[in-house]
Design a protein around this ligand. Structure first.
Ligand code: FAD
Ligand code: DHB
Length: 391
């Protein structure tokens, strides 16, 4: 089998890349280890940045997002038993879209298939070879059979545990890593959200986040110790703990409860690989970098990487110009490091460090008070959250 761009992974990065390349007349094949159903049901992120929503719209895959997604003009920071709103349009002129990653993936798969695109589900890439030549190839297995995808360029969009990054010859890349001493217990619940905008809550008991998927479905997260088994958290215990962390001093707010339909644990980690390219192998999305989810950046970064990569491949295809391919890694890493810092900053600002003490807690509250009191401090948060336009 032969194609121009061999893409490993049908997550948001691989699918959007294949879609954007198709729009520029560049052929690709996507190899995906899992089934279509699995890819469409995997619960993950929920916030789409302003600029990423524009990319989806402009490339013709934004219509369901615009109908079913929820435009959010701000978030609430809740700390010290008080609520403080961050007004995105007032501070930045931008807003964000609440639209689940599962829906972005469904839209992209449907569109690729309608456009005659090739996504091979159940195809597990096993190695990437000859990336230092003009004709790299991906070896893969499907239905117990070994096969090969020959291409001009390989895009590893295969997530943190994929094989793309591990195919880099030793000594080529450097990695930067930070593991946090806590995780998130995430739930989906069939209950109307108890808020109109997302609530990021700092409390002595630890961090909590109230998000949503629709006017009928809530998504909530609790900071828990690493190694937590979700089975130790009964539904009642989860709701009690969430209520305690979101409690306002004046008691003027109630968290509505409903049937919990999904429980999962997300470890918290920061990770970057440099460079994001070697020869004809390009890394994009979680294959190259991970952020802790507090800043809602993982999905957005993945989409930004492939927007750059699609443009670079198209310029090469149309004009034989390799300048954008050559600068891809540096261009992508500028945004990656900005998002790494913001995600680290939001995480350390809002979580209770199990090894920290009262001093750290007081510093966090002081910083949160500063954000509540200062337009400059609030703007810094809002610009990063809604997505900084970087060129
Ligand atoms: P992925 O979505 O991981 O897609 C990679 C694809 O490659 C997968 O479909 C995988 O099956 C496939 N693949 C892997 N190996 C192979 C192989 N050898 N051959 C073929 N295919 C392969 N971000 C947030 O902003 N907020 C959140 O709440 C949040 N929650 C998360 C929860 C979890 C459990 C995880 C893992 C991530 C979460 N993220 C969150 C991060 C966000 O979802 C990711 O940043 C985003 O999915 C990255 O997209 P991607 O396409 O780069 O990678
Ligand atoms: C969601 C996840 C996040 O990490 C975040 O910061 C905001 C929302 C979500 O899943 O809805």
């Amino acid at each position: 089998m032969r194609t121009r761009v061999g893409i490993i992974g049908a997550g948001p990065a691989g699918l959007l890349l294949s879609h954007l390349l198709h729009r520029r007349g560049v052929e690709s094949v996507v190899l995906e280890n899992r089934s279509r159903d699995y890819c469409e049901q995997r619960q993950r992120a929920g916030v789409v940045e302003h600029g990423v929503a524009e990319v989806l719209r402009e490339s013709g895959v934004g219509s369901r997002m615009d109908t079913d997604g929820l435009v959010h003009h701000g978030i609430e920071l809740r700390f010290d038993g008080r609520a403080h709103r961050i007004d995105f349009p007032g501070l930045t002129g931008r807003d964000v879209m609440i639209y689940a990653q599962t829906e972005v993936v469904k839209d992209l798969i449907a569109r690729r298939l309608a456009d005659g695109g090739q996504i091979l589900f159940g195809a597990k890439a096993t190695s990437v070879e000859d990336v230092e030549t003009d004709s790299p190839r991906i070896r893969f297995e499907r239905d117990g059979e070994a096969d090969v995808l020959e291409c001009d360029v390989v895009a590893a969009c295969d997530g943190f545990h994929g094989i793309g990054r591990r195919s880099l010859p030793s000594g080529v890349a450097r990695t930067f890593d930070k593991v946090y001493p806590f995780s998130w217990l995430g739930i989906l619940a069939d209950v109307a959200p108890s808020c109109e905008e997302l609530i990021y809550a700092h409390s002595e008991r630890g961090f909590a986040l109230h998000s949503m998927r629709s006017p009928e479905v809530s998504r909530l997260y609790l900071q828990v110790p690493n190694g937590t088994d979700p089975a130790d958290w009964s539904d009642e215990r989860i709701w009690d703990e969430l209520s305690a962390r979101f409690a306002l001093r004046d008691g003027d707010w109630t968290l509505e409860r409903g049937p919990i339909t999904d429980k999962s644990i997300t470890p918290m980690r920061s990770f970057v690989t440099e460079p994001m390219r070697h020869g004809r192998l390009f890394l994009a999305g979680d294959a190259a970098h991970i952020v802790p989810p507090t800043g809602a950046k993982g999905l957005n970064l993945a989409m930004h990487d492939v927007t750059l990569l699609a443009e670079a491949v198209a310029a090469w295809d149309e004009k034989g110009d390799t300048a954008l391919l050559d600068s891809y890694s540096d261009d992508a890493l500028r945004r990656v490091w900005r998002a790494e810092h913001f995600s680290y900053w939001m995480t350390t600002l809002l979580h209770r460090d199990p090894e920290g003490g009262e001093f750290d807690h007081r510093l966090q509250v002081s910083h949160l008070n500063r954000i509540a009191a200062s337009t400059a401090a609030a703007t810094e948060l809002a610009e990063n959250y809604t997505g900084i336009p970087l060129v």
